[in-house]
Design a protein around this ligand. Structure first.
Ligand SMILES: [Zn+2]
Length: 259
């Protein structure tokens, strides 16, 4: 199993002391929320072969001097070719951006997103895209961008599945632990092609049943795999093979490298 989206950064959440569980997993992809976080992801990936780093700036983590952040992200990409993706980046209109931007002024956030798309293009990496209350705007930016990636924690509903598919054959849907308790999401998963789905935890959040309410861990991606297997009407191992293959394909993970 591969958890394609986790945050195991102790600085991100006060109750997370770095005691994350990764047993049973082949890989965990560490999503980056800001430069500091991204730098730590790269450091962590050098300490454990199971941990793969993504670097990015979350749309809610935008700071006034974002040009410098982009410069720093680029430095990480240049110096660490093992980085597997740029993200998480995207648009989040659920809350007004943090100071210094006014409510409703999302132009800077869009610019930050576009610059990260540019980095992904330059360094030939897939994108991990965060879209909250802004999915149509995200589609507008990605359409015709000629990129590949995942719409992390897809919440666009059944009616927007086709829009992701229309982005191109290298776009995936990230599905998280809320699949274990949200009936609506089960309906969405039913219409997503098997070869376009990625399992993720978004640890330490979005904890699946039976641990809902506690801290999430990458190893709990097992419950997302289980639920997907059930929806697909498959044995666990059969679904696991498909989901692992999807993750390997998007993030360019080749088994031979581990031998
Ligand atoms: Zn995330």
């Amino acid at each position: 199993m591969i958890d394609t989206h986790a945050h195991i950064n102790p600085s991100k959440s006060p109750f997370d002391k770095g005691d994350f569980k990764i047993e049973g997993l082949e890989y965990v992809i560490l999503s980056g929320a800001n430069v500091e976080d991204s730098t730590r992801n790269v450091e962590l990936s050098k300490t454990n072969k199971k941990l793969l780093a993504a670097v990015g700036i979350h749309p809610q983590e935008i700071i006034s001097n974002y040009e410098l952040s982009i410069t720093n992200l680029e430095k990480l990409l240049k110096e660490n070719p093992e980085i597997v993706a740029v993200g998480e980046c995207g648009l989040d209109y659920s809350n007004p951006p943090k100071s210094p931007f006014d409510k409703g002024d999302f132009q800077e956030m869009e610019e930050l997103f576009r610059q990260q798309i540019g980095l992904a293009k330059r360094y030939n990496k897939p994108l991990i895209v965060h879209a909250r209350k802004a999915i149509e705007e995200v589609f507008d930016i990605l359409r015709g961008s000629n990129m590949r990636g995942v719409i992390h924690c897809f919440s666009g509903g059944k009616k927007r599945v086709q829009k992701v598919l229309d982005l191109g054959k290298d776009w995936y849907f990230g599905i998280d632990g809320n699949l274990t308790y949200e009936a609506g999401l089960v309906e969405v998963v039913k219409v997503i092609p098997h070869d376009r789905l990625l399992a993720e935890t978004d640890s330490p959040e979005l904890t699946p049943l039976p641990f809902r309410g506690q801290k999430n861990n990458p190893s709990y991606v097992k419950y997302v795999y289980q639920k997907i297997a059930k929806i697909w009407g498959m044995e666990f191992e059969e679904a696991e093979k498909i989901l692992d293959e999807n993750a390997r394909k998007l993030f360019g993970i080749f088994t031979s490298l581990r031998m």
